[in-house]
Design a protein around this ligand. Structure first.
Ligand code: PEP
Length: 262
């Protein structure tokens, strides 16, 4: 089992160019505080190039060790899709990762598992590593449907991916009720769903392959709750929203995960 912890910051539609540059530079300069953890920054699309330069990743590999990721992409490689961004473009500006199927994309922009699946295949074909998000709503959890919902999302979003594709894929379990609410899942609640996701990956490919796929938890992760989450055997990192906008908090979370190597 070789799963380096991975902590990604989803900046969402926040910051301006100067602040994006400043935050990326601060994380790059202090990445050594969380050296055991792979770090990824996902700024808004217009600032990808600025952040790539701040991380030194404009050519694809970053001397700071901090990787660049996008928050979304289209599944076609080019064409008449006004306002959209293609995977080869993301690669061109230095991205290694792309977040796909975030609950905000699913809820506010109608992204289905089928769309997420098409995007994941396009990302992988272009050479990007997808961070595929899944997670249940509060109503679904309270109705006892967490397992069914997550199973459908995992199987639908990752359908048809080869073992080699899955190995490059990160799955983010983000219970919708925990995103931006300050209500974090308990370490046991998160671990239970992560174990389920790993079992599903085992069926999609093989248990050996599933043991190599990294599964992040996302939903109100902060420096003071990261250590308990990181101590769980199937939690391989975090996808961080609000707390990723402060270098201290983001690095504090990453350092907590680094203290729990796989
Ligand atoms: C997210 O949007 O992916 C997220 C986990 O947000 P927050 O950390 O703010 O809950």
């Amino acid at each position: 089992m070789d799963r380096r912890k991975i902590v990604a910051g989803n900046w969402k539609m926040n910051l301006d160019r100067a602040k994006a540059r400043e935050l990326a530079a601060a994380v790059a300069a202090r990445a050594g505080e969380a050296a055991a953890t792979e770090l990824v920054l996902c700024p808004p699309a217009p600032y990808l190039d600025t952040v790539a330069t701040a991380l030194g990743s404009a050519g694809g590999s970053s001397p700071s060790g901090v990787a660049l990721g996008a928050q979304n992409m289209h599944d076609k490689a080019s064409g008449a899709f006004t306002g959209e961004v293609a995977a080869p473009m993301l690669l061109d500006v230095g991205c290694r990762y792309v977040i796909l199927g975030h609950s905000e994309r699913r809820t506010l922009f109608g992204e289905t598992d089928k769309i997420v699946n098409a995007k994941a295949k396009a990302a992988l074909a272009a050479g990007l590593m997808p961070i595929v998000c899944v997670g249940e709503t509060l109503e679904e959890r309270e109705g006892g449907r967490t397992e069914a919902v997550v199973t459908t999302q995992v199987n639908g979003s990752l359908a048809g991916l080869t073992a080699s594709d899955l190995e490059k894929t990160v799955v983010a379990y983000e219970p919708v009720w925990a995103i931006g609410t300050g209500k974090v899942a308990t370490p046991q609640q998160a671990q239970d769903v992560h174990a389920l996701i790993r079992a599903l990956l085992g069926k999609l490919a093989s248990p050996t392959l599933a043991a190599r796929v990294r599964i992040q938890y996302g939903g109100s992760v902060k420096p003071d709750n990261a250590a308990d989450l990181a101590s769980q055997p199937d939690i391989d990192g975090a996808l961080v929203g609000g707390a990723s906008l402060k270098a201290d908090d983001f690095l504090g979370i990453a350092a907590a995960f680094g203290r729990h190597p796989a």
